[in-house]
Ligand binder design. Structure first.
Ligand code: 48F
Length: 262
């Protein structure tokens, strides 16, 4: 008797997903959050031959990209990050009255960043929340993960773990993973206070520069990029300009590649 097509479909999905998931339980780099800095990092890492998986709490990766500024779905990127937009084939147009600044469609940007990361070989697991870190022998060794619906419903279900040489906190404004490390593992991170310093109010050019400057390894095995890096080091916020996020993603990838000797 030939298999029912209903069975063929279900089997294919379960097998294919299980293979992908099982293979991603041990990676070189695990990224938490699927925002713009993370997507750029994932692509550069994958292209360098680094085995990389991204865990994103929401159903749709892309983080704060989709909504542009106040739901006006356009964002601004400055000249310094245009090469990254071009690499992802994201179209942009320079402002006639403010040379050096470009507008682009935020939906095109979000979807192109995600596609670029996956197509380069990064694995993205959506609707997965990181609820803890693996911390062994004074080093961050991986992530503790569970389904977001389990987290949201407060279900009493034990998580699974991912082992990684490098963990990248791309969780945006809250720096969730670095905070877990300082709170639960009681470590001091590489900031002026040893703790997460917290984001300051809006100052666009300062925030853009400090996001990139503060993208680094904060503790052995634990890196931060994007708004998470800015928040860790007490930088100013910058709103819907994304050059700093894109450059931060590239910078964290380079730091991880150097650390792993890839
Ligand atoms: O905040 P987010 O977009 O990351 P980003 O790369 O970019 C920031 C900009 O979008 C914007 C900005 C630009 O000027 O200020 O805010 O720093 O995306 C962070 C992603 O991380 C996910 C969250 O759902 C979001 O999509 N995330 C946060 N905590 C967790 C997580 C967690 N514990 N587990 C999994 N995903």
């Amino acid at each position: 008797m030939s298999k029912a097509i209903e069975n063929v479909i279900s089997n294919a999905i379960v097998r294919s997903f299980s293979n992908k998931f099982a293979d991603s339980l041990t990676v070189d780099a695990a990224i938490v959050g699927g925002g713009p800095s993370a997507m750029v990092a994932a692509r550069y890492l994958a292209e360098a031959g680094v085995k990389v998986a991204v865990f994103e709490r929401k159903l749709a990766p892309g983080g704060g990209t989709w909504g542009g500024g106040m739901l006006f779905n356009e964002v601004v990127v400055q000249d310094s990050a245009i090469a990254i937009l071009d690499k992802f084939n994201i179209r942009h147009s320079e402002l006639a009255d403010a040379p050096g600044y470009h507008t682009l469609d935020s939906v095109e940007m979000a979807s192109a960043l995600i596609y670029g990361a996956v197509h380069a070989g990064a694995k993205i697991f959506n609707s997965v929340s990181v609820e803890d870190i693996v911390f062994k022998n004074g080093k961050v060794n991986g992530l503790v993960i569970n389904w977001t619906p389990v987290e949201r419903l407060g279900m009493h279900v034990d998580p699974l773990t991912v082992i990684a040489e490098a963990v990248i906190d791309g969780t945006g404004h809250p720096s969730e993973i670095i905070r877990m490390a300082t709170d639960k593992a009681q470590i001091k991170i590489d900031t002026a206070t040893g703790q997460v310093m917290g984001e300051r109010p809006m100052w666009v050019d300062s925030g853009e520069a400090s996001t990139v400057e503060n993208t680094k390894e904060y503790f052995p095995g634990l890196f931060a990029c994007g708004m998470s890096a800015n928040n860790c080091s007490g930088g100013y916020r910058m709103g819907p300009i994304f050059g700093g996020m894109l450059l931060s993603g590239k910078k964290v990838a380079e730091a991880v590649i150097a650390k792993l000797g890839k």
